[in-house]
Design a protein around this ligand. Structure first.
Ligand code: ZN
Length: 345
């Protein structure tokens, strides 16, 4: 089959479009999917560069997000069959530990994510447990169905499960344009919250305005925590979604109303920011760390997408062979929404 692989860690030029062995059914609970689309996530860039704790066996096929058609299933699989259109829940866990049996499989010691410890979706075929395959939500194309799993379930867990964002509350979303932040914008807009977003790019702020953000702050020339205070009559916001960290972190805390909630899933701008702890206990703030989301949350998200007729924001679609250009677009921070790989063959 055709796939995009890297044989050594490094820049986007390490991604080769080439022949790779086709995956085979290994367990009676496996499924093989003929992929029609995949999506780029920031984790793909970290794994390619060899950053973090995720060691991969080289050559490696990246990609955590995908959608396609079931090609083959193992003998014990009944809920899907060859020919079904499916999207993929990207986390694979032991299904037996204390976390797995209480719908918290993302805490499982043996957690493997497609494209991280498993070969991923930048390919014509992928193997994964059949239980990770869900019907494509009604009305979504394969490209849209590949565009939501990782970033939207991450945003869903952060805003709905952790922060419990309610209609009428005020939420601040940092760095709108990124996958999780733009997913959060759509979810928060559907929930009926008042939304403030930040970006260094005025075009992205304007796009966010079209999607339901009431205010956009360009953080290059404005201290966003002061601006948030101005915009909320000095009260602050109920929820901040900060996937950025670094110098933004103290400002995120300073943007919160008393009793506010901060949710975080990333530290691109720095993992060791200064924190004034007094602000946390005086103001009864709550901080939630989060990555990904559970299978149960994925199911909730599928229902939400169908019921609200929400379609993930697609930034641009590249053919599979141009995966390097697709990753570069993310690396340069040019995107608004998901960058997709179209896989036909
Ligand atoms: Zn487990």
């Amino acid at each position: 089959m055709k796939a995009v692989r890297f044989h050594a860690h490094g820049g986007a030029e390490k991604l080769n479009y080439e022949e790779a062995p086709e995956p085979k059914i290994l367990l009676p609970t496996d499924a093989i999917i003929r992929l029609k689309a995949a999506a780029i996530n920031r984790i793909d860039l970290s794994i390619r560069r060899g950053l973090g704790s995720m060691e991969v066996t080289l050559p490696h096929i990246p990609g955590s997000d995908g959608a396609g058609i079931v090609s083959e299933v193992g003998a014990h699989v009944n809920h899907i069959k060859a020919g079904d259109a499916v999207c993929l829940y990207p986390a694979i866990s032991c299904r037996q530990c204390e976390f797995c049996v209480t719908d918290r499989e993302i805490l499982c010691q043996e957690l493997r994510v497609l494209g991280a410890r498993e070969h991923g979706t930048y390919a014509e075929y992928v193997r994964l447990p059949a239980l990770n395959c869900f019907p494509v939500p009604v009305g979504l194309s394969f490209e849209e169905a590949a565009g939501f799993p990782l970033s939207y379930v991450t945003a869903w867990r952060m805003l709905v499960t952790n922060a419990r964002l309610k209609p009428g509350e005020h939420v601040l979303i940092l760095g709108v344009g990124g996958g999780v932040a733009s997913a959060a914008l759509q979810i928060a807009a559907c929930l009926g919250s008042h939304i403030i977003v930040t970006s260094s790019n005025d075009e992205k702020l304007a796009l966010a305005g079209n999607l339901g953000a009431e205010h956009g702050i360009n953080y290059r020339n404005t201290d966003f925590s002061r601006k948030v205070r101005d915009l909320t009559g000095k009260r602050g916001v109920d929820v901040v979604l900060d996937c950025v960290g670094g110098d933004n972190w103290p400002r995120s805390l300073a943007s919160l109303a008393k009793g506010g909630r901060l949710v975080t899933c990333g530290a691109m701008a720095g993992a060791n920011p200064r924190t004034d702890m007094r602000r946390i206990f005086w103001n009864h703030l709550r901080i939630f760390g989060s990555t990904l989301g559970s299978r149960k949350e994925f199911r909730q998200l599928l229902n939400f997408l169908e019921a609200s007729r929400t379609k993930p924001i697609i930034d641009r679609v590249f053919p599979l062979r141009e995966a390097y250009a697709a990753q570069q677009r993310l690396e340069e921070g040019k995107q608004f929404g998901k960058v997709i790989l179209s896989i036909d063959g």
